[in-house]
Design a protein around this ligand. Structure first.
Ligand code: ATP
Length: 302
């Protein structure tokens, strides 16, 4: 069956190494454990939407290596369609190598690898899926060229989460239906200091030219939706304990797409995304903490 949501983005292997302390240059330390996860914002947002019950296809590239097979198998196990996640010879699957010490201090090395090879032509190979999907979701762990082409081909609603943030090409902004940014991403795009309050965030978001609507995620303060019809403030769902906020933003994006496919209006979709993201902060890791529909309905404190 055709996908409802097409995510165009990155897929990585994240390797987390626990060390008593971070090595200094030239030093060797003995790590205590190593754990591998499938990550990358594209894969994360695809899994977030799939867990909530959507048919999702991920457009992207992995290497013709062991990591690529791991990524594809893991996504398939989540029910994500990987027909558009193509293996590419001569490059490696994207990785993030994370060292975490006993104080929680970390170092992160990212090698984009195959993710950086996604160009307009390889996006075009997924033209049919892009044209027919209800929603296309994009992040910024791929090239501008890939983003521009995906937006050009997208037949449905376009959601852009420009993270890690860089300026958005004007032609892309004009085609974006929903721009999802956190405070620091908004500040960079608006060329202003980080907004300290929800009101200031809404004001800054209103000044962003192009997208039909802007959603600013505000961490523990929830989110705010800004569109010509007005401003909708959605407070966060209180949680008993924040275990790990990693992946909350990706859960938010996937859940928002899920709600739009189900025909919810944008304000209701933001409320749903806030509920899903609250559950995500109560568990460790990114994908491992992403909730199913039942889990969101049960609530963050369940
Ligand atoms: P990350 O990069 O860690 O995934 P982000 O910076 O993209 O996060 P945030 O704004 O920090 O995004 O979080 C996304 C959403 O997650 C928020 O809009 C909010 O709904 C929810 N959230 C984050 N932190 C909390 C919290 N402490 N309690 C409840 N909900 C939270």
């Amino acid at each position: 069956e055709a996908p409802e949501i097409v995510v165009v983005g990155s897929a990585n292997i994240d390797t987390v190494i626990r060390v008593p302390r971070l090595p200094t240059p030239g030093e060797t330390v003995l790590g205590t454990s190593v754990t591998e996860f499938v990550g990358g914002k594209g894969a994360n947002q695809a899994v977030a939407a799939a867990r909530l019950g959507r048919r999702v296809s991920l457009v992207g590239l992995v290497g013709e290596d062991a990591g690529g097979a791991v990524v594809r198998d893991a996504l398939r196990a989540e029910g994500v369609d990987t027909a558009n996640l193509r293996p590419r010879a001569g490059t490696s699957t994207g990785i993030a190598m994370i060292q975490v010490d006993d104080e929680g201090e970390n170092t992160v090395t990212v090698v984009p690898g195959a993710n950086a090879e996604l160009d307009a032509e390889r996006v075009r190979a997924s033209e049919l899926a892009l044209r027919e999907a209800r929603i296309t979701v994009l992040q910024f762990e791929i090239s501008d060229e890939a983003v521009v082409e995906a937006v050009r081909l997208a037949g449905g609603t376009v959601i852009l989460n420009p993270s890690p943030v860089r300026p958005v090409p004007g032609a892309v902004m004009d085609r974006v239906d929903v721009l999802i940014v956190n405070r620091s991403e908004l500040a960079l795009l608006a060329g202003a200091p980080e907004p300290a309050t929800t009101e200031l965030a809404a004001e800054l978001a209103a000044g962003v030219e192009g997208p039909a609507a802007v959603v600013v995620t505000l961490g523990a303060d929830g989110a705010v939706l800004v569109r010509p019809g007005g401003v909708v403030v959605v407070p966060a769902v209180p949680v008993e304990a924040v275990v790990d906020p990693t992946g909350a933003g990706d859960t938010f994006c996937g859940a928002l797409a899920d709600a739009l496919v189900r025909g919810e209006d944008l304000a209701a979709a933001v409320r749903w995304a806030v509920r899903a993201a609250a559950v995500a902060v109560t568990g460790p890791g990114a994908q491992s903490a992403m909730p199913t529909r039942e889990r969101v309905l049960a609530g963050a404190s369940a």
